[in-house]
Design a protein around this ligand. Structure first.
Ligand SMILES: C[S@@+](CC[C@H](N)C(=O)[O-])C[C@H]1O[C@@H](n2cnc3c(N)ncnc32)[C@H](O)[C@@H]1O
Length: 236
């Protein structure tokens, strides 16, 4: 059982990790990416599969495969795909380390919110999968945390890791984060502005679609209109 089994990590469809966005960028870079209406996509660390499910829904002619090490996440992904009646998406409970490099090539390989959270051998394997399984015109999307955007999230993560050293309970960092955010930071971002994640990263809830998990773009200040004093009665 992984910590992602013990603490559910809600996934969302991410526009930066959808084939149409990747194909557009690849074209701008002079590549000839495979057609997004009929493509084969592999998503590594797909979690609950919201991103892969959205792809499958919008491109019925494509074949999508999502893999994840969390049994619970894969089970939820399958339930959602079945509820939508999707037959072009498959979710497999597989460790990245065990994925065969012999599979048929994929046109798009996506790994969002994974690379920065796994050990070096898994990172190496992830890149080896891209090298081995990407078709000739294929596009790989591998996101990772980087400075300066990751600075605030990284700082909070370091604080949490310090306070939970020696404990195996994944709920501890979440409780600690709630305390940390409950007073100062939350007040500035507003309710739901930052969400704790089982991967011990954080993301800004409202802008997740733009920045993705673990990223930390500067918060927009929330301006509050000053309380109005009642209007004086007009002169009679
Ligand atoms: C931070 S979550 C990101 C989930 C999703 N890609 C997203 O962006 O919302 C990281 C995911 O990677 C999965 N994962 C971590 N190590 C893995 C491994 N060795 N093989 C497969 N999946 C793994 C976790 O189970 C988890 O679902």
């Amino acid at each position: 059982m992984t910590e992602y089994d013990r603490v559910p990590y809600p996934t969302h469809s991410l526009r930066q990790a959808q084939p149409d966005r990747l194909a557009t960028i690849a074209t701008l870079f002079g590549m000839e990416p495979p057609p997004v209406e009929r493509c084969r996509v592999l998503e590594l660390g797909c979690g609950e599969g919201a991103n892969a499910t959205a792809m499958a829904f919008h491109a019925p002619g494509s074949e999508i495969v999502g893999i994840d090490i969390s049994t619970a996440a894969i089970a939820r992904a399958r339930v959602a795909a079945e509820a939508l009646g999707l037959s072009n998406v498959t979710f497999r409970h597989v460790d990245i380390m065990d994925l065969s490099l012999e599979a048929a090539p994929f046109d798009y390989i996506i790994a969002h919110g994974v690379y920065s959270w796994v050990e070096a051998p898994v990172r190496d394997r992830l890149l080896a999968i891209c090298r081995a399984l990407l078709g000739p015109h294929g596009v790989a999307f591998v996101s990772y945390n980087t400075l300066p955007g990751y600075h605030v999230a990284g700082m909070l993560r370091e604080m949490m890791l310090f306070h939970v050293r020696g404990t195996e309970d994944p709920r501890k960092p979440l409780q600690l984060l709630a305390v940390l955010l409950g007073t100062q930071i939350r007040r500035h971002l507003g309710p739901g502005g930052i969400r704790a994640r089982s991967g011990w990263g954080i993301s800004r809830g409202r802008d997740r679609g733009r920045d993705g998990p673990g990223s930390c773009a500067p918060a927009r200040p929330r301006l509050r209109a000053p309380a109005r004093s009642p209007r004086p009665d007009p002169p009679r």
